[in-house]
Design a protein around this ligand. Structure first.
Ligand SMILES: Cc1ncc(COP(=O)(O)O)c(C=O)c1O
Length: 303
């Protein structure tokens, strides 16, 4: 499906099927890898990247939180993204940047090497579903969100996604789309790859930082909402509060805002609710250049 694409790997564009590491690489066998993902959107002047500066900041922060160093700096990675977008002629799609130790390791846990970097530019597809979301059903997961005292949850570390995989699997087995993690203290955290928002009495609430990923879409929504007349609150949310919400939606880079139509046995209606719809519309206006106020969020790719 992707074999015609080129991957930027440590300074070279290589065919998709050659973007490989050894099975005993530290990155693979010890899961010592980080990543970040952001959207590419068409504009009259060529493709633009949605908040690439923030995504790259988070990529470097993920490395820092794990005591890792990346082989390239932000400028080099920005140029590499442009090269990759151009080589693959991407107008609309996703960029995935991966930082990983390609060095093989049998016993070693700590390496002196720097993280290798691979960049993938992937065109929009049904799987990606950029900026569109079908209504989502959610349940509470039996698996709890990894505690921040065990690994830094704000790092977008590949290994953290085993936790996410377990929650998604058990939700699917129960007939739901997404399992929502509670923290080990019993508060609502987030989905496997989604932030969570709820509306109650006109106020938009989301779980406070500390136990969740520092999501760029979450940050974007929290910045945008007050500018379109929506009051926001970052707070601890109890499961009972979520069950009684007027509206719920999930968010991430791919879908942006995905309305929830069912939580456990409770059906939510109408979907999307009024505030969810307002946010979807506002975000759509931004990525289609109808709202000038946020044009800095769409960053030209210099190609
Ligand atoms: C655990 C988790 N929460 C939230 C998000 C949403 O983050 P972003 O908006 O930066 O895509 C993701 C994205 O992959 C995630 O993995």
């Amino acid at each position: 499906m992707f074999e015609n694409l080129k991957v930027w790997m440590n300074g070279k564009l290589v065919p998709w099927n050659n973007a490989n590491v050894h099975l005993l690489s530290h990155g693979f066998s010890r899961a010592s890898a980080i990543f970040d993902v952001f959207g590419i959107h068409p504009s009259p002047d060529g493709p633009v990247a949605f908040r690439m500066d923030k995504h790259l900041e988070r990529f470097f922060r993920s490395a820092e939180l794990l005591g890792m160093e990346i082989m390239y700096d932000k400028n080099q990675i920005t140029e590499a993204v442009a090269e990759c977008v151009k080589a693959n002629n991407i107008k609309r799609g996703l960029i995935k940047i991966l930082g990983y130790y390609s060095e093989e390791a049998i016993i070693s846990l700590v390496l002196d090497s720097k993280l290798d970097v691979a960049i993938f530019a992937i065109p929009e597809s049904d799987e990606i579903g950029l900026d569109s979301a079908e209504p989502i059903s959610i349940c509470f997961s039996d698996w709890r969100k990894i505690h921040p005292a065990t690994v830094p949850v704000e790092a977008k570390a590949c290994s953290n996604y085993l936790n996410g995989m377990l929650a998604r699997k058990s939700a699917k087995q129960r007939g739901y789309d997404v399992g929502i993690f509670l923290t080990t203290d019993g508060y609502v955290a987030e989905g496997s790859i989604e932030s969570l928002f709820m509306v109650k009495d006109g106020i938009l609430k989301t779980s406070k930082l500390g136990n969740i990923l520092r999501s760029i879409t979450r940050m974007t929504i929290l910045e945008l909402a007050p500018k379109i007349g929506i009051e926001t609150k970052e707070t601890d949310i109890m499961p009972q509060e979520l069950l009684a919400a007027d509206e719920i939606f999930l968010s991430h880079t791919g879908i942006k805002v995905g309305p929830v139509n069912r939580i456990e046995d409770r059906v939510l209606s109408p979907v999307p609710g009024e505030i969810t719809k307002k946010l979807q519309q506002a975000l759509n206006d931004i990525i289609t250049f109808k709202d000038e106020r946020f044009k800095d969020w769409l960053q030209p790719i210099d190609i």
